[in-house]
Ligand binder design. Sequence first.
Ligand SMILES: [Fe+2]
Ligand SMILES: [Fe+2]
Length: 183
Amino acid sequence: MIYLQVDHWLVVWSKALNDGPLPEPITTMIGEHERLLVLLGEISNCIAAQGVPDSRKLAELVSSFLLCMDMHVHKEEDILFPCVRVALGSDAAEALDIFEIEHATIGNLLSQFHDLARRLPGKGTCDPEDIRQLGELTSQACEVMPPHIFKEDNVLYPLASQMISQETLRKLATEAKNASRTE
Ligand SMILES: [Fe+2]
Ligand SMILES: [Fe+2]
């Protein structure tokens, strides 16, 4: 149902799009999407590998995923979404509400990932129940995130790029630099 409503807005918004290169901080965020999906795939593979999962590798992958995800969500929720909401006004309110509902779902998964990450040992053997829960969370994230990312990459980001102020672009670039220093 949610996706049907958004699809309506995707059609309306996509008509307003010009083809053209996207500004740098936005292309970096598209790169973050790719990295997040790769990391989710690697977490799935690590869990599905035969035998006992490599706990050190799993802990590293989950920690990289959470670091990238927390920074990315912060840039969208605190900088990009408010900018698009103001620029598009009431016409876009409904569609942005839906993006934010999807973020609430993703945020709920993220807090469960954080809880599990605190329990994953950096070495030694993982608790099988923790691995089972991590597998379940990862497969839920693999279901929810790709369609959300598709809409951001193909409509929301290109649209935001057309209306975003230089000041907002600078804020996004600064956040990306700060985050890369902490990695
Ligand atoms: Fe998002
Ligand atoms: Fe995103």
